[in-house]
Design a binder for this molecule. Structure first.
Ligand SMILES: Cc1cc2nc3c(=O)[nH]c(=O)nc-3n(C[C@H](O)[C@H](O)[C@H](O)COP(=O)(O)O)c2cc1C
Length: 386
């Protein structure tokens, strides 16, 4: 199977599964506890049906969209994901270049294997940096200043990770940070020839955004992974978001909220947008799917805050549903990482090609020519029989 033989995101997933060493694929693909939320994220879209209008002039479809003050050619963008080098040697650069080709935004994770500056030098399309408010506020402020200097358009604070979720699959598959191939995981690596060849091209497996601190951290007898781990601050409160909003003074996204109350608080604290997200089902299990949280959150904040649906998106129809139900945009993690694992930048481009084609075809069939015209009239809720 080749990248151009993949006809949907699930095909890319299968190709990635064959190519990426098992411990890393499990890290990409898995969720927490019983993975109920992981499964629900995608399945929840099935509770909403699309209602088309016929005999509409659909000879031209415009997928462009404005979010976070940025005009983009697509109504979806790439969510921040850590450690992309695990999946392919094209790492974050390949994903960002693919996003640029399709005119949409790339989001870089704090724990990426590529630095803030390297991404900024590589792409000219909008960029968002995903930040944490760390114990050391001066260290946090350094990230803000670097993003300003590198002209990032938006900052995104992840709030659903005071502690890492319980991902039992990682334990079983032998996934560790930093990655340490062991005898138990040897077979998972030995059979992935193309991935192994990538080691000759690029060996950057480190947290690139803190790599400059390696010597200082070493003096304390710990490594960068331990250093970042101890920087996570469980005592964060809304005032810390307000502090960050003051430091940044630009589009600020709060990522990882699901409730109308949190949306109101985030608005009050200075967030301009929210990513309705449960971290792709990787954190607290049993929380609802983002799509199910969208309407109550929209009711709570009206049009004072942009809302981005993030979780479970693998199909153009799912993006259309979210936009029709009031989302300003969608973002995705696993779908593009499957592309990355399947074929590096080419694989991420394939993901974009497929989803763009799905969006164009489905908008045509729905009788809607531009994103702003999608609305609740296009949604019919599935009747559940009790
Ligand atoms: C492998 C992987 C790593 C991730 N790393 C981060 C991260 O470093 N920071 C963050 O805020 N979210 C991270 N996420 C969550 C994504 O930003 C996004 O919320 C999630 O993937 C959306 O769900 P989806 O994968 O179903 O599209 C990660 C997700 C995956 C799959």
């Amino acid at each position: 199977m080749r990248v151009d033989e993949c006809f949907n995101v699930r095909d890319l997933r299968e190709l990635a599964r064959r190519k990426v060493p098992a411990p890393f694929f499990t890290y990409l693909d898995g969720g927490s506890d019983d993975q109920w939320t992981l499964a629900r994220n995608s399945k929840a879209f099935d509770d909403y049906q699309l209602m088309p209008n016929t005999l509409v002039d659909v000879s031209s479809i415009d997928l462009s969209n404005t979010v976070l003050g940025q005009k983009m050619e697509l109504p979806f963008f790439l969510a921040p994901t850590g450690m992309s080098r695990l999946f392919h040697h094209d790492r974050e650069l390949g994903a960002a270049r693919a996003a640029e080709k399709f005119g949409t935004m790339y989001s870089l994770s704090t724990v990426g294997t590529t630095s803030i500056e390297e991404i900024a030098e590589t792409v000219s399309t909008p960029k968002m940096f995903q930040i944490y408010v760390f114990r050391d506020r001066a260290f946090t402020k350094e990230f803000v200043d670097r993003c300003k200097a590198a002209n990032y358009e938006a900052l995104c604070l992840t709030v659903d990770l005071p502690v890492a979720g319980n991902r039992e699959g990682n334990l079983r598959a032998g996934h560790t940070m930093p990655p340490k191939p062991s005898l138990a995981t040897f077979m998972g690596f030995a059979t992935k020839v193309a991935w192994g060849m990538g080691l000759l091209k690029d060996r950057q497996f480190t947290f690139a955004n803190v790599a400059h601190m390696a010597d200082e951290v070493k003096k304390r007898g710990i490594d960068l992974f331990q250093f970042i781990g101890e920087q996570f601050d469980r005592s964060l409160v809304w005032d810390d978001l307000a502090w960050l909003a003051e430091q940044w003074d630009g589009p600020l996204v709060i990522k990882g909220i699901l409730s109308p109350d949190d949306a109101r608080r985030a608005l009050d604290a200075g967030a301009t947008a929210a990513m309705i997200s449960n971290h792709g089902g990787r954190q607290l299990d049993s929380v609802p799917a983002p799509i199910d949280c969208l309407r109550p959150m929209r009711d709570a904040v009206g049009d004072k805050m942009e809302l981005i649906v993030d979780g479970g998106i693998e199909r153009g129809t799912q993006i259309i549903k979210a936009l029709a139900m009031g989302a300003d945009a969608c973002s995705m993690g696993k779908s593009y990482l499957y592309g990355l694992g399947a074929g590096g930048q080419e694989g991420v481009e394939r993901m974009f090609t497929l989803l763009k084609a799905e969006l164009e075809r489905n908008m045509t069939l729905l009788g809607v020519t531009k994103i702003d015209d999608l609305n609740e009239r296009h949604i019919v809720e599935l009747c559940k029989r009790g």
